[in-house]
Design a protein around this ligand. Structure first.
Ligand SMILES: *Cc1c(COP(=O)(O)O)cnc(C)c1O
Length: 231
């Protein structure tokens, strides 16, 4: 059988993940790969899934909604990795299994309410604005402790860890300090989580820097371009 370009790219990314894990003394089973599919066709996503991709990451709710139908029945989890408007929470819950981008208290309140209506318990990550950038969403480090305490009242959310989009640099070594800081944050915040044993995911690292992210403790890497090509 001829291997598709997506399948070949995916194999390369997997082998780079394994090498980064080996350098860091980590088990590759501890790193989940999210295939980021904004602007990617359902056909290409299908190739990714058939080549073993288990998690799809979409930024826009409408786009995810339109792709879920042609891909219904494929055994993949859908992660929301983009900004969620409060008035879109109901459909966000219909389209996604995980929400990686809980960036404010009001969103968590609404997610908890709608998840309750749907009879679900939704895994979520707290998005951290690790670079303190005015243009990026995410909570500041100082906000997160009080937010986590509040989360104890949310019966329909499961706080699984932290997610970040650090400042952009084209050299991974310049992003590494932000990845490292995320690892430290997770360690110090764990005890404040509603279920500390479940608070263990660090979603960070993209096509240009996922290896450095893994060396600094990423458990979820979000890779688009390196799998599906340039957008
Ligand atoms: C687009 C995107 C990615 C993937 O970026 P690539 O550089 O294409 O791998 C990861 N995370 C988020 C939040 C994104 O928007």
């Amino acid at each position: 059988m001829e291997r598709t370009e997506v399948a070949g790219n995916l194999a390369d990314v997997r082998s780079r993940i394994e090498k980064a894990c080996a350098r860091a003394g980590r088990d590759p089973a501890g790193v989940k790969l999210v295939g980021v599919t904004k602007t990617v066709s359902a056909q290409s996503i299908r190739e990714g899934i058939e080549a073993g991709l288990e998690i799809i990451g979409e930024n826009y709710i409408q786009e995810a909604k339109s792709k879920r139908e042609p891909l219904a029945g494929f055994p993949v989890a859908w992660h929301c990795i983009g900004h969620v408007q409060t008035n879109k929470v109901k459909i966000a819950i219909e389209c996604f299994d995980w929400i990686e981008t809980v960036d404010r208290q009001s969103l968590a309140v609404e997610l908890n309410r709608r998840a309750g209506d749907a009879g679900r318990k939704i895994p979520v990550l707290i998005q951290v604005n690790i670079g303190g950038e005015a243009t990026k969403s995410g909570m500041g480090e100082e906000e997160i402790v009080s937010f986590l305490r509040l989360c104890r009242d949310f019966d329909h959310l499961e706080v699984r860890g932290l997610m970040a989009i650090p400042p952009f640099f084209d050299q991974p070594e310049r992003v590494r300090p932000y990845f490292r800081r995320m690892g430290e944050l997770l360690k110090t915040l764990k005890a404040e989580a509603p279920q500390p044993e479940k608070m263990r995911e660090l979603s960070m690292g993209m096509s240009g820097d996922f290896e450095a992210a893994i060396e600094e403790g990423a458990t979820i890497v979000r890779v688009g371009t390196a799998i599906f090509g340039r957008r």
